[in-house]
Every structure is written in C-alpha cells, then in structure tokens.
Design a protein. Sequence first.
Length: 121
Amino acid sequence: DALKRLRQSGEVDPCHGLKFVFVNPATGGPVIPGIEAFVQGLQADTTTEAYRATDATVFSVISGDGRMHLDDRVFEWSEHDTFVVPSWCRYQLESHNEGVLFGFSDRPLQRYLGVLREERG
C-alpha cells in the first residue's frame, strides 16, 4: 500500500526508484537500532542511476526480475533471490518488469558514527 501511494505521488528517486523506509512509530528512528529497513519499488524497463555509499546493503527480491550492475560485473536477480551490495561499490538496478525489493543496511549506525558517505551518478 505504501509503494502504491509513492507511485501516485510521482516522487521517483533516480538512484533508488520508489523507496519506503520503515520507521519506529514510538521514536521516529530506525525500526531496529542501527539498521535501516526499507522496501524499494522499481518501474518496469528502467535502470537506476549509478550510486554508491559506505553502508553495505542486503536486498531480498519480493517480486520482479532484472540485473544488478555492480562495479564492472553484472548479476541477474529474480523473485526470492537475495543479493548484497558491499560498502562503497558502485551499482545500478535494472528492472525488466515492475520489481519490489526488501532491503536493510547499517546506514543509521554509520550516520551516528559520522562515517556515512554516498555518491550519486
């Protein structure tokens, strides 16, 4: 339902597509201390812009299929796959059809320690 509302808002991030970050309603912070959890929606036949950050991210594919371009390598992904983007690796997500990914990373911990860095494009 949240991704549906994001789609309707038209707010598509060029590097992440539609991204809904889960928040602890009591604190406004991460749902798990130090860990960011999110759902990411990718439109059909699109490729995100290149992105890299110091946090490592684990993705689980809820639906859809496509490719991940990770530095100079290409990996295929489809429903029920799990893949990891290591720290400071440049990646792009290519979706063959509408895709939904669940992800989590150590972004809040890195932000708290003041070591989080990111680069777009």
